[in-house]
Design a protein around this ligand. Sequence first.
Ligand code: NAP
Length: 241
Amino acid sequence: MELAGKVAIITGGGRGIGRAIALTIAEHGVNVGVLARSELEVNETVELARGKRVEAIPLIADVSKPDDVKRAVDGVIAKWGRIDILVNNAGFARFKPFVEMSIEDWKQTIDVNLTGTFLMTKAVVPYMIERREGVIINISSVAGLKPLLNQSAYCASKHGVNGLTTTLAMELKRYNIRVHAICPGGVVTRLSEENMPERDKTDWMLPGDVAHSVMYLLTLSPRATTDIIYLRRYNSVPLGG
Ligand SMILES: NC(=O)c1ccc[n+]([C@@H]2O[C@H](COP(=O)([O-])OP(=O)(O)OC[C@H]3O[C@@H](n4cnc5c(N)ncnc54)[C@H](OP(=O)(O)O)[C@@H]3O)[C@@H](O)[C@H]2O)c1
């Protein structure tokens, strides 16, 4: 895909991995709609993106709320009239043993990670179908590929994201819409710090490492694709190892 002049929505773009993705693709000339709930963080990403000579707009919204999602997507269409790239990155985690997990913990995890991805995709896809072009990248997790202790809700949500990804990759191909997932291991962000404060993160990945994989997906040869990227820490062991 030729990137300059394209339009992307990055959910969870206020900080962490989402901010790195927004700024990396902005560097390649992509205009960005930066979506999250915290206005201050979103505005900061928007300002940083504008510094890269693209247009950027804040989209203050909760991905788990259908009305918010509609308002955000309407805002992007009103501004640019098109959406070429959707990165479903907004995420929530509360790691705890299953026996201590409440229905609220469960619901919030599924609502943001899985239903949020569904709602955003549902709202954006009609505009991609119209143009017969689009790329959807879901930021999943290694928790979508294997079981992890005390992460049952998070694992369930990310396994769901992977299932949604590969099914949509088949369903939306007829409209020339590509659908991918990236499953990173540990990345240094607020989410990982809040949930795993005890872990030494000196050799963990940085948000820019995930953004680099997004660029790989956006610049794939038209003849090639990949469905799920497993991006692990260099010092970790391969899946199943
Ligand atoms: N860090 C890791 O080790 C790691 C590893 C694998 C996968 N991931 C995935 O990477 C993604 C980004 O996470 P991160 O590590 O960068 O975490 P982060 O720094 O906590 O950022 C999460 C972003 O999502 C937004 N968000 C959360 N709930 C939202 C909602 N309901 N509606 C809209 N935006 C919402 C947050 O903004 P607001 O709170 O202001 O809304 C924030 O901008 C997540 O999907 C996560 O599961 C992270």
